[in-house]
Write a protein that binds this ligand. Structure first.
Ligand code: KIV
Length: 269
């Protein structure tokens, strides 16, 4: 992916797919992490509705609201210069009709400055993709395991196994034909994700979908070792939970012993 551009665009991701170049994605929900990941060179940041779990400590993503999403997305966009910022439309803000989705997406684009929206669902949402794309809003689709449907899917389960693989490919194809610029494949067998990536003309972004998707995405707290339990498909690149726990414990101990603050850390007159 180009490193010198001021802002990545949908065309850079489409080019990456055509050229077989990999790209990197992470979630972010605040200005602090967005700035750090942007400086590190991440290509795409997702203000994911996983914020319901990570930021708000809720059991599922279902209760996240559009207002909560917009507050976080504003901070993420403001802290970045190069990363392409995608914002999840939360459960209940797009399913009723293409018009409802357009209204929600317009709020996101207008109020946050984000570059695209993402929502969960297959071919049944192709008309919604068409509607948003016709209004000038780039759409990232999301199929496979879709956390907003966790109850209907019977829990966190791999999707697209066996006979389901053809359905997954049909969903990806119709979302691409409707104008989506990318599609997230979550918890899909690696050979199925490879097949979808080969068959469609837009990039795939995998999470628990093997090595052959164009892009990879992880929830940043899983990647950084902050989550108490991370999914099997995740990789941990730091142990921030241990580092932060140690820092907080030392701070508490220094206060209790009277060694913080020192004279140098205090104002005299
Ligand atoms: O909400 C989210 O974080 C997501 C990614 C994990 C794909 O949808």
């Amino acid at each position: 992916m180009p490193s010198q551009v001021t802002r990545l665009r949908t065309r850079h991701f489409l080019d990456a797919h055509a050229q077989g170049t990999k790209f990197s994605c992470l979630t972010s929900y605040d200005a602090l992490t967005a700035g750090i990941f942007d400086e590190a060179g991440i290509d795409l940041l997702l203000v994911g509705d996983s914020a319901a779990n990570v930021v708000y400590g809720r059991e599922t993503t279902l209760s996240l609201t559009l207002d909560e999403t917009i507050t976080m997305a504003k901070a993420v966009v403001a802290a970045t210069q190069r990363a392409f910022v995608v914002v999840d439309l939360p459960f209940g803000s797009y399913e009723a009709s293409p018009s409802q989705a357009l209204e929600s997406a317009i709020r996101v684009m207008k109020e946050t400055g984000a570059h695209a929206v993402k929502f969960e669902g297959g071919a049944e949402l192709a008309p919604t993709v068409e509607k948003l794309v016709a209004a000038g809003i780039p759409v990232c689709a999301h199929i496979g395991f879709t956390p907003q449907s966790v109850h209907a899917l019977g829990g966190f389960r791999v999707q697209g196994r066996g006979d389901q693989a053809d359905r997954l490919l049909a969903d990806a194809s119709s979302l691409a034909a409707a104008g989506a610029f990318a599609v997230v494949l979550e918890m899909v067998p690696a050979p199925v994700a490879a097949r979808v990536t080969k068959a469609i003309n837009i990039p795939t972004i995998g999470i628990g979908a093997g090595a052959d998707t164009d892009g990879q995405i992880l929830v940043w707290t899983d990647m950084a070792g902050l989550s108490t339990v991370a999914p099997r498909f995740s990789r941990t690149y730091a142990d921030l939970r241990a580092t932060l726990t140690e820092a907080a414990s030392s701070y508490i101990a220094d206060i209790n012993s009277g060694s913080f603050p020192s004279e140098a850390e205090s104002f005299q007159d």
